[in-house]
Design a protein. Structure first.
Length: 355
């Protein structure tokens, strides 16, 4: 069955290339051939690096050519019913995010031109031609959703996460983060945490163990994991400096984000065996800041309780003084109104007059 599927895939690739040679315009022929070769029907191997490099090279020419690359790639992704082709298209998208030119990344970020959001959602994708393609279909669905999260997070951050072309922006990252308001900083942390949560939702690796396509996907996602951890570390360190001036609501949101991360710690640890020092430092930062936020929150709650009690005592004292004052006023008012204070003298004058 596997050999037959491979043979059918080879035939489909030959037919597609022949068709492209006939109907493609001379200017775009090499582009379409590079795309077809990078996203062939071979289930056993990831996209050939040579073909990927050729395809990405079109992003260095003009905006129109870069737009044509994205249009062709998305069209192939949305029209295929083959799991291997779909995964290779998504891997190509991932490579554009990671090492594509600025023009190519820009065209990807605004696709489709009418909406500005990438149409990668393949929630209904199914390839039931073989048991393997059926299992790979779940990876297609998850990988497309993951890349949507990656693009969304990149929009929030203002640069493509894990992109080599964004190194200039990353050099100034700490300076930029220090200038952010607490609300914007929390929004970036929330987006990065959401991306890590999506990594944890990947399908079971057991049923496709040893498949090089899946291994390639996990290698790319593992690199994203390290990039996300690095970005989160920068923002967590910044919040550590701002701890004394954080509002109670900001503290609660930060702790909730930490809890979400800790829930996926086990699954995240399996993503990469590299840069263990960075990972351990990252979890140490989270634990340390979580404890400090908890203590700060407790201290503020105690201050709040003391302040409330102080206000209550002042209020009670004010009410008591008010009652005493009103009582005294009523006595004086009555005495002044009816002349009771002069009553003995008036009585004496009456007696004298009678005498």
């Amino acid at each position: 069955m596997g050999r037959l599927a491979n043979l059918i895939g080879v035939i489909k690739d030959k037919v597609s290339q022949s068709k492209a040679a006939i109907i493609s315009k001379p200017k775009t022929l090499s582009l379409h051939l590079a795309l077809l070769r990078a996203t062939n029907h071979d289930l056993s191997t990831p996209p050939n690096q040579k073909h990927l490099t050729t395809l990405l090279s079109f992003g260095h020419s003009s905006r129109a050519t870069a737009s044509a690359v994205i249009e062709a790639l998305m069209d192939r992704l949305q029209t295929t019913h083959d799991a291997s082709v779909a995964i290779k298209c998504l891997i190509t998208v991932h490579h554009i995010i990671k090492c594509g030119s600025f023009i190519l990344q820009d065209q990807l970020s605004v696709y489709p031109s009418t909406g500005g959001r990438n149409y990668l959602k393949l929630s209904n994708f199914r390839d039931n031609s073989t048991p393997l393609t059926w299992e790979l279909s779940s990876w297609v669905r998850w990988y497309a959703l993951y890349l949507e999260h990656l693009l969304s997070t990149s929009r929030v951050l203002g640069f493509f996460l894990c992109s080599t072309s964004s190194s200039v922006e990353k050099d100034k990252e700490e300076e930029k983060v220090a200038a952010l308001m607490n609300g914007d900083l929390l929004r970036e942390i929330d987006s990065l945490v959401g991306l890590l949560e999506e990594m944890c939702k990947r399908p079971d690796h057991l049923h496709v163990l040893g498949n090089t396509l899946v291994d390639d996907v996990m290698g790319l996602v593992g690199e994203d994991y390290l990039s996300a951890v690095n970005e989160l570390s920068i923002r967590i360190k910044e919040f550590r400096e701002r701890l004394s001036c954080m509002s109670l609501s900001d503290s609660v949101m930060l702790v909730c984000a930490f809890k979400r991360l800790e829930n996926g710690k086990e699954k995240l640890s399996a993503l990469s065996s590299r840069k263990r020092v960075l990972i351990e430092t990252f979890w140490g930062l989270i634990g340390d800041l979580k404890d400090k936020v908890g203590k700060e929150k407790m201290y503020r709650e105690e201050e709040m309780i003391v302040s409330i009690r102080r206000r209550e005592r002042k209020s009670e004292s004010a009410r008591f003084e008010d009652r005493v004052t009103r009582y005294g006023d009523s006595v004086r008012f009555s005495s002044a109104r009816f002349g009771l204070n002069n009553f003995p003298f008036l009585l004496l004058d009456s007696v004298k007059s009678c005498a």
